[in-house]
Design a protein around this ligand. Structure first.
Ligand code: PYC
Length: 437
């Protein structure tokens, strides 16, 4: 953008003032009246007209795209921004994940990055004036064999060096935290220990998506749902705009914040990504009284589980073993999941599964994301989020906003650049993925 320093400062002050006022609040009387009558609620999100030009276009109205738009407006005063999505807000991976947040990764780059996200999540309800239901209930990654235990120790040491609360604990301590877990030596897969990460937990995914969307829109960002990008225009290696099913937009910056379709969107700009897309399934049970007070993950058994505030158990597993864009649930998944879960918690055998669903995961070769610039000037990437995108939403948004507004790649994402695959600088995070894939 070619703005004078004064106008940039002016815009920033105006947007901060407006952010502080926040989106509409309702009086108690309003809430009772609207609640009793069941009508007259204003729309949460408007449907703005599509303009023919914006300062930046963000593709994807999931948590990454919305957070990028929010931090562009809140931190940099840049509000002439459009977020485009071929479907609805949070309709992709951002609304389909199991809502787990943690920063106990394996590489220093990963730990630093995800820790910044946890910090932003900690203050998100206040920043957005929206109850995002963050619950730092603790996160346990179980080790059932010596090699997993060694990886847990390795992770704990890397985590501690970065100031992250993370340690290896034994079966007695695990049993106190999760009494329903079978830690007896007779278990088919005995629990030898666990990586315990007290700041980890869950946060309500829809609330995060809606909170970012509402706050960004309030500051002037346009969110265009059901607006599919059909072409990305590039002239002399520089992006100039996009075509959509609702018309053309010119923009000097286009950011790909999609998941599942990251490589097909990149194809439109002629940029190739080293991604393979797999479905990832999850399932939820009927609600029961609260009994599981931590997030429990077993890498060897390919399962993770937490209990929601409503009392349902939410389960996830590894990605489906074949590349696909299908988002159908499968019986194989449910069967395998149930078998593994019951190895860990035999006492929940009578719980009924209510529903299951799938999302799409763009897997990179090193299990780290791809963020930053591309060979096409102005066309930026925030993709390759595999099974770990949701927890990174805030830090990714903050960093991408800085890159868009300043033109400089923030240090916190510099190791996740696309060029690392050609230059052999992989950031190997497979050992810290939730489960083996
Ligand atoms: O990386 O913590 C994780 C995770 C949980 C569910 C999918 N990935």
């Amino acid at each position: 953008m070619n703005d004078s320093p004064l106008s940039v400062v002016g815009r920033r002050v105006r947007s901060l003032r407006s952010a502080r006022r926040g989106p509409a609040r309702y009086s108690a009387f309003d809430l009772v009246r609207r609640g009793a009558l069941g009508k007259d609620w204003p729309r949460s999100f408007t449907q703005p007209d599509l303009k023919s030009s914006y300062d930046a276009v963000i593709i994807g109205a999931g948590v990454h795209g919305l957070a990028t738009a929010y931090y562009l407006a809140a931190n940099h005063g840049m509000t002439n921004v459009a977020v485009l999505d071929k479907a609805y807000i949070g309709g992709g991976g951002s609304g389909r994940n199991t809502a787990i947040v943690r920063s106990n990764y394996l590489t220093p780059e990963g730990v630093r990055f995800y820790d910044r996200s946890v910090k932003l999540y900690e203050n998100l309800a206040v920043d957005l004036n929206y109850n995002v239901m963050f619950s730092q209930r603790g996160h346990l990654t179980l080790a059932h064999n010596d090699s997993s235990l060694r990886t847990m120790r390795w992770r704990a040491e890397v985590n501690k060096l970065q100031g992250i609360d993370s340690e290896v604990i034994g079966p007695d301590h695990i049993s106190k935290l999760v009494p329903y877990l079978d830690v007896s030596p007779e278990a088919r897969y005995p629990v030898l220990g666990a990586l315990y990460h007290p700041p980890g937990g869950t946060i309500r995914h829809d609330a995060v998506n809606w909170g970012y969307a509402r706050a960004a829109e309030h500051m002037g960002v346009h969110i265009h749902q059901y607006t599919e990008v059909t072409a990305i225009h590039v002239e002399a290696d520089r992006v100039t705009g996009v075509s959509t099913n609702r018309g053309d937009i010119s923009a000097p910056v286009v950011v790909n914040c999609t998941a599942g379709w990251a490589s097909t969107v990149c194809d439109l700009a002629g940029v190739r990504l080293p991604l393979i897309t797999h479905p990832l399934q999850a399932a939820v049970t009927e609600p029961v009284k609260m009994f599981l007070h931590a997030v429990v993950v077993s890498g060897s058994l390919h399962v993770y589980v937490s209990q929601t505030d409503r009392g349902e158990l939410v389960f996830g597993a590894s990605v489906d073993p074949y590349p696909s864009y299908s988002m159908r649930g499968s019986l194989e998944f449910t069967e395998e999941l149930a078998g593994h879960v019951l190895e860990l918690m035999p006492s929940i055998a009578k719980l009924r599964v209510l529903r299951q669903w799938a999302g799409l995961c763009d897997m990179t070769p090193d299990y780290s994301p791809i963020m930053g610039v591309t060979p096409v000037d102005g066309f930026l990437l925030d993709v390759g989020w595999g099974t770990y995108g949701y927890k990174a939403g805030p830090v990714a948004g903050e960093a991408m906003a800085e890159l868009v507004a300043t033109g400089k790649t923030p240090e916190i994402i510099s190791s996740f650049d696309l060029a690392r695959f050609a230059e052999g600088r992989l950031v190997g995070e497979k050992g810290a993925a939730a489960v083996g894939h």
